[in-house]
Design a protein around this ligand. Structure first.
Ligand code: CP3
Length: 354
């Protein structure tokens, strides 16, 4: 079934999609990870009205509004669906909670026996709310702005499902994977299948591109990186492209470093999100090898603003000139970011700044 919104839009007028198909544009398209969020007063107002964070994610009218807010305010080249990577475990039936001022909290899945708590058959109930948000956003978004759908990569989502919270070393998931390979593979399979359904529904509802967030890709040795990061991501990309041949997909294996080249070659993503630590010389080499590159201003330079931010923005722009490049941060916007610095950043990129 095709949604009318997906057919009406003209992908070629979207600068983000032009770059993802390999074209270099000057100035480059710009959007920012976590561009909707607490640094914006208009977000905080809607968030208060919604009640909890998950209530906001599952109320299409409000989720669509906060998706559109940063595009309206700053004129970004793309909107990113307002949702969360932990919607997938929540929809599978794991208990997921967000408490004000703390990270997420889940009922941990400590062993393969507890996988029976997950029910792939029931994800549609919650996913359908998110798909409705996508359709609403696509309807209101200017035709030349892309709508990015997303999911967490199975490895990163599994680190939260196993530990029951965010952790700095992902020890619980690593120990699960090393101690019970078959059991952990089962968990990764369940998350991979649910993520395919989640992304497929987003594309049907009107998403023009997809990003797969692998925030914790840095914690694995190379063979485990291949098994738990590369292979499930390749399965998601292959399946989505089989169903939607023209969909553009960006992978963000944060901290992949020396594994990035192999990640691109084996997953067949169209774009690679680079984190703050990735050298510009390496980003140039990756773009020259044929992938669109996205990144990688330090989110804290966006907090600091002024000369320090300006200097780095110019360095990034000059290093990536003539190559297929999307301007973004190296990780998400932090809540203390002054919105004026974001406006200044967009003006600098577009050459409107004095
Ligand atoms: O980028 C966007 O504007 C779209 C929405 C989006 C959110 N989370 C909204 C959100 C996206 C793409 C995400 C991705 C996400 N969520 C990731 C991957 C990217 C990354 O940051 O590494 C991860 C690991 C999560 C899990 C998650 N969600 C955590 C750890 C937290 C708590 C930390 C925090 O900033 O509060 C969240 C909550 C969350 N997700 C908020 C937002 C706007 C803040 C919730 C609030 O409003 O109180």
């Amino acid at each position: 079934m095709h949604n009318a919104a997906a057919v009406k839009t003209k992908p070629n007028s979207m600068r983000l999609l032009q770059v993802l198909s390999g074209t270099a544009l000057s100035p480059p398209p710009v959007w920012l990870m976590r561009q909707a969020g607490r640094y914006l007063p208009e977000y905080r107002a809607v968030r208060e009205k919604a009640g909890g964070f998950l209530d906001l994610c599952y109320t299409p009218e409000l989720a669509a509004e906060v998706t559109l807010q940063p595009v309206r305010r700053f004129g970004f080249d793309a909107a990113i669906l307002f949702s969360d990577i932990l919607i997938v475990p929540d929809a599978l039936g794991q208990r997921v909670e967000f408490h004000e001022g703390e990270g997420p909290s889940l009922e941990p899945i400590a062993s393969a026996r507890e996988l029976s708590r997950l029910d792939p058959a029931k994800t549609g109930v919650k996913f359908s709310k998110v798909f409705e948000t996508v359709a609403r956003v696509r309807e209101s978004l200017p035709r030349d702005r892309a709508l990015i759908g997303f999911c967490g990569a199975p490895w990163t989502v599994a680190t939260y499902m196993v530990a029951g919270e965010g952790s700095s070393d992902q020890a619980a998931a690593r120990l699960f994977a090393y101690g019970d390979r078959a059991g952990f593979a089962q968990l990764i399979d369940i998350v991979t299948e649910a993520s395919i359904a989640y992304l497929d529904g987003q594309v049907r509802a009107g998403a023009n591109a997809l990003q797969i967030f692998d925030s914790w890709a840095a914690s694995l040795p190379e063979d485990e990186f291949e098994t738990w990061v590369v292979a499930p991501t390749r399965r998601i990309v292959t399946e989505l492209k089989a169903r939607h041949p023209s969909i553009a997909i960006i992978g963000f294996p944060r901290g992949a470093g020396g594994n990035a080249k192999r990640y691109i070659e084996s997953t067949h993503v169209d774009g690679l999100g680079c984190d703050t630590a990735e050298p510009l010389s390496a980003m140039r080499a990756l773009a020259q090898a044929g992938v669109a590159v996205q990144g990688n201003l330090d989110p804290l330079l966006l907090v600091a603003g002024g000369r320090a931010m300006e200097r780095r923005v110019k360095e990034i722009l000059s290093a990536m000139r003539g190559l297929p490049f999307i301007f973004n941060l190296g990780h998400g916007i932090v809540p203390q970011t002054p919105p004026d610095n974001v406006a200044r950043l967009v003006a600098l990129i577009r050459g409107e700044a004095s």
